[in-house]
Design a protein around this ligand. Structure first.
Ligand code: DQA
Length: 140
């Protein structure tokens, strides 16, 4: 099976971006660890963009390919109806992930446009949020 791992705005800065909140690992570290964990169980495709419309296109492509989706949409989580519509239209099974526990933070991070169209949400486990999402997708 193919799983597309989508990362949104500012996640390219992981490692130096507020490490107290987001951890010391870079996005490349997270990719390497997730690939090692997946092994031969899934083909992983990683995409990152700071541009909302590009993320919409990545979701559409994942849907057409019949891939599962792990998505950390960053701040677009809290703003993007377009991304929610894309997930819904794609019919892809998507899991929303966050490094931080968004519910323990500012109230503007408590609402997600994506949660209602995702299979489930994993937040607050740092880079392990991605690992848990991978296991959840593989278990179906
Ligand atoms: C985040 C949480 C969002 O609120 C924030 O805008 C991010 C990262 C997380 O992984 O914890 O960019 O999605």
């Amino acid at each position: 099976s193919t799983i597309v791992v989508l990362n949104g705005p500012n996640l390219n800065l992981l490692g130096t971006r507020e490490p107290g909140i987001y951890g010391a690992k870079t996005l490349a570290d997270i990719e390497r660890d997730l690939r090692a964990r997946a092994g031969t169980r899934a083909e992983l495709v990683f995409r990152q963009s700071n541009i909302e419309g590009e993320l919409v296109s990545f979701v559409q492509e994942a849907g057409l390919a019949g891939a599962g989706v792990i998505i950390n949409a960053g701040a677009y989580t809290h703003t993007s109806i377009a991304l929610a519509d894309a997930i819904k239209a794609s019919k892809a099974v998507a899991i929303e992930v966050h490094l931080s526990n968004v519910h323990a933070r500012e109230s503007f991070r408590h609402h997600s446009y994506l949660s209602p169209v995702c299979r489930g949400v994993i937040a607050g486990f740092g880079d392990r949020s991605y690992h848990l999402a991978l296991e959840a997708l593989l278990e179906g």
